[in-house]
Ligand binder design. Structure first.
Ligand code: DX5
Ligand code: ZN
Length: 225
C-alpha cells in the first residue's frame, strides 16, 4: 500500500552540476520545486577533495532565487563565517569534527543573520549533540563520507535520523534534520518517514534525464509499493 508522506524540503547540490554551465543549473533550480541551493565547500584538508569557494558562491548568489545552503567541509570554519555571509549564504553549516569551539561558532553564525547548522560525519554518534542541539537551527547528517558526490548511501543513516528525531521531539525543539549523501528516489521516502525535513541530492538530480522532474519526484515521495 502507498502511504503519503509529508513533503520534504529539497536542496539540490551543485557539486554534481556541470561547472561549465553553473548558471544554467541555478536557473533550473530557480524554476523547480526545490527549496534551497546546496553549495559544498571543500578545502582538501578536512576532506580529500577541493570544490569551490567564496567567489563562486558570490556569483551563484547573484542569480539564485532560493536561499543558499552552504555546507562547509573545511578545517577551522570559524575563520570564514562573515566571508560566507557576505558572499550570500543564508544557511551555514560546520562540521562537529572540524570545530573546536562549536558553541561560539554557531552563535556567530546566528549573529551574522544566518541559520546555523551542525554537520555530523557517519562515524559521529547523535549523542555528541546532547549539549549543542539547543544552539543550532538545523542538523545535517552525512549519509556518506563527505568529499564526493555519487557515493553509496549508508543504510544505518536511517536509524540515525530516527534517533535524532526522538532527541529533538523529546526536548520540544524546532531544529530541522537535513540528510546529505546518496539521497535518491529510493532512499528519500525512508528518510522522510524516519523524520528528515531537508534532503540534499546531487547525482540523483543532475544525472537524471530531467533534473526538474527528479526534484518533483523527491518532493512528492511516497512510502511503499
Ligand atoms: C558530499 C557532499 C554532498 C554531495 C552529495 O561531501 O556534501 O552534498 O554533493 O552528492 P550525492 O547526492 O550525489 O551523494
Ligand atoms: Zn553537502
Amino acid at each position: 500500500m502507498k502511504t503519503k508522506l509529508p513533503h520534504p524540503l529539497i536542496a539540490p547540490s551543485l557539486l554534481s552540476a556541470n561547472f561549465l554551465e553553473l548558471g544554467k543549473a541555478v536557473d533550473m533550480i530557480n524554476e523547480s520545486e526545490a527549496d534551497f541551493i546546496h553549495c559544498d565547500v571543500m578545502d582538501g584538508m578536512f576532506v580529500p577533495n577541493i570544490s569551490f569557494g567564496l567567489p563562486v558562491i558570490e556569483a551563484i548568489s547573484r542569480v539564485a532565487e532560493k536561499p543558499l545552503d552552504v555546507h562547509l567541509m573545511i578545517e577551522k570554519p570559524e575563520r570564514y563565517l562573515e566571508a560566507f555571509q557576505k558572499a550570500g549564504a543564508q544557511m551555514l553549516s560546520v562540521h562537529y569534527e572540524a570545530s573546536t569551539h562549536l558553541h561560539r561558532t554557531l552563535d556567530q553564525i546566528r549573529k551574522l543573520g544566518m541559520q546555523s547548522g551542525v554537520v555530523l560525519n557517519p562515524h559521529s554518534p547523535i549523542e555528541l549533540l546532547t549539549d549543542i542541539i539547543g544552539f543550532c537551527d538545523f542538523v545535517l547528517l552525512m549519509s556518506v563520507n563527505p568529499g564526493f558526490g555519487g557515493q553509496t548511501f549508508i543504510q544505518s543513516s536511517i536509524e540515525k535520523v530516527k534517533r535524532l528525531r526522538n532527541l529533538i521531539d523529546e526536548r520540544g525543539l524546532n531544529v530541522l534534520i537535513e540528510v546529505d549523501g546518496g539521497v535518491d528516489r529510493n532512499t528519500a521516502p525512508l528518510l522522510v518517514q524516519a523524520g528528515a525535513d531537508i534532503l540534499v541530492a546531487g547525482n540523483a538530480i543532475f544525472k537524471a534525464s530531467s533534473p526538474k522532474e527528479e526534484i518533483k519526484v523527491l518532493k512528492n515521495c511516497v512510502h511503499g509499493n
